[in-house]
Ligand binder design. Structure first.
Ligand SMILES: Cc1cc2nc3c(=O)[nH]c(=O)nc-3n(C[C@H](O)[C@H](O)[C@H](O)COP(=O)(O)OP(=O)(O)OC[C@H]3O[C@@H](n4cnc5c(N)ncnc54)[C@H](O)[C@@H]3O)c2cc1C
Length: 403
């Protein structure tokens, strides 16, 4: 067991965590292991383990789960990706990246983390959608839920995602999420045309969109697509069209690309997810009195680097260390923000830039991209090491966070 907890709020070790998504349960597990009493309050009425598409979890995220001793168990529902291979729209390989990651269905990652938290004795309450927060002096905070109930604790952590109600309640001045001029899609297919399971996540730079896929043992194909969309879709757009309409749109968009893309789109079973892509502009502050934000609630990043979940997990270990090692929550929150902000905000910018470069205009731009990509990939391996190689030692004092 690491250090004894030095948080000196008299009597109350209860940490309220809004959101049992990806980062909330990871934080709860660390806090539980050093003597706090975290409780997870989840807005959904019940678990939905089939929800969403899939996540590619970087080694920096995996290492956080390893320090909790739950990586193998939680990620057993996923499959390793042993390298990335990039192709142009004709299917010609133009670059490789040897990064090892894990692909896992989002709902199963969520279930694995939630199960691990419950097994460690962390209560998880569903149907508890935070709608208001009252700060009642040092070490006293109350969360108000949509069902009319309340819960009190010494601190409240907002791990309730990009549209965080905790953020809205405590930081009314915070900027809203910003549309990144991109739309993402994803789904699961079965087609022999996508090849054999070989651990490779293939990325196709299509003429009008970027398409990624991996064939898993058993033949299921996990795929995603991102493309540029200058106008922000209206609220409710995704629900206003059918899966078939969206499949037809994606088929039109990728009609001139390598036939594997259309084959996967046609063979997709079940829903075809579609999401306008947002990130979060820099917030003036991540904490106020007894409340602190983490994960997407503090710094949502567009998916082009595949890093949001891993960064939220890094947040969890750093925030737990700060609460463990600092005597007062406000000091812990300030230390957490000062350690984490430079890294995550740099990556939010980088992800936006990467998204903007995925579909260059015209044949000259594409030829240049095909020529330069191997060079840029070699260069980016160095900077990828900053992204994927980041490690946080749970046993070390909180100031010694990065490897
Ligand atoms: C299309 C897409 C693809 C992505 N791909 C990747 C990827 O490949 N790799 C990667 O690392 N990241 C990826 N991300 C980012 C990743 O999904 C997020 O960064 C990550 O889910 C953030 O975790 P979180 O716990 O902060 O928020 P979430 O996972 O969003 O969890 C928030 C939880 O809070 C709950 N909640 C919401 N409101 C309330 C409320 N008022 N009260 C109580 N509970 C509430 C929600 O129901 C949810 O369970 C992707 C994101 C998108 C949009």
């Amino acid at each position: 067991m690491p250090h004894a907890r030095s948080f000196d709020t008299p009597g109350d070790q209860r940490v309220l965590i809004a959101g049992c998504g990806i980062t909330g349960p990871v934080l709860a597990l660390f806090l539980r292991s050093c003597g706090f009493e975290p409780v997870l309050y989840e807005g959904r009425e019940e678990p939905d383990d089939a929800a969403g598409s899939f996540i590619n979890l970087g080694p920096n995220g995996r290492s956080v789960l390893e320090s909790l001793g739950i990586a193998d168990q939680v990620l057993s529902a996923g499959e390793p990706t042993t390298r990335l291979v990039f192709a142009n729209h004709r299917g010609r390989t133009i670059g490789r990246n040897p990064e090892r990651t894990t692909v896992i269905k989002r709902g199963l990652l969520n279930k694995g983390l939630r199960d691990a938290a419950e097994k460690a004795g962390v209560p998880v309450e569903f149907g508890k959608r935070v709608v208001g927060v009252e700060q009642r002096g040092p070490g006293r905070v109350t969360a108000r839920f949509a069902d009319g109930t309340t819960a009190g604790g010494s601190v409240l952590i907002g791990a309730d995602g990009i549209n965080s109600a905790t953020r809205a309640a405590v930081f009314p001045e915070a900027p809203a999420p910003s549309f990144t001029q991109g739309v993402g899609s994803g789904g699961f297919a079965r087609t022999r045309g996508a090849g054999e399971a070989d651990g490779v996540l293939r990325m196709v730079f299509g003429l009008r969109g970027f398409f990624g896929y991996q064939v898993l043992p058993g033949g299921e194909v996990y795929w995603f697509e991102n493309h540029t969309e200058p106008e922000e879709p209206a609220k409710g757009w995704a629900a206003s069209i059918t899966d078939e309409q969206w499949r037809a749109e994606l088929l039109r968009r990728h009609a001139a690309d390598h036939r594997v893309v259309a084959g996967i789109l046609r063979a997709t079973e079940g829903p075809i997810g579609r999401w306008p892509l947002y990130d979060l502009p820099s917030l003036p502050s991540w904490h106020r009195q007894n409340v602190c934000l983490m994960g997407d609630a503090a710094h949502a990043i567009s998916p082009h680097l595949g890093q949001g979940a891993a960064l939220g997990m890094e947040d969890a270990v750093v925030l737990a260390k700060c609460l463990r090692d600092e005597a007062h929550p406000q000091r812990a929150f300030a230390a957490f923000e000062s350690i984490r902000r430079p890294r995550v905000e740099g990556l939010v910018q980088r992800a936006r830039k990467t998204g903007g470069h995925m579909t260059p205009n015209g044949p000259v731009g594409r030829a240049l991209r095909d020529l330069m990509l191997p060079f840029f990939l070699r260069l980016s391996l160095k900077s990828a090491d900053d992204v994927y190689g980041y490690r946080v030692a749970w046993d070390a004092p909180h100031r010694a966070v990065a490897r």
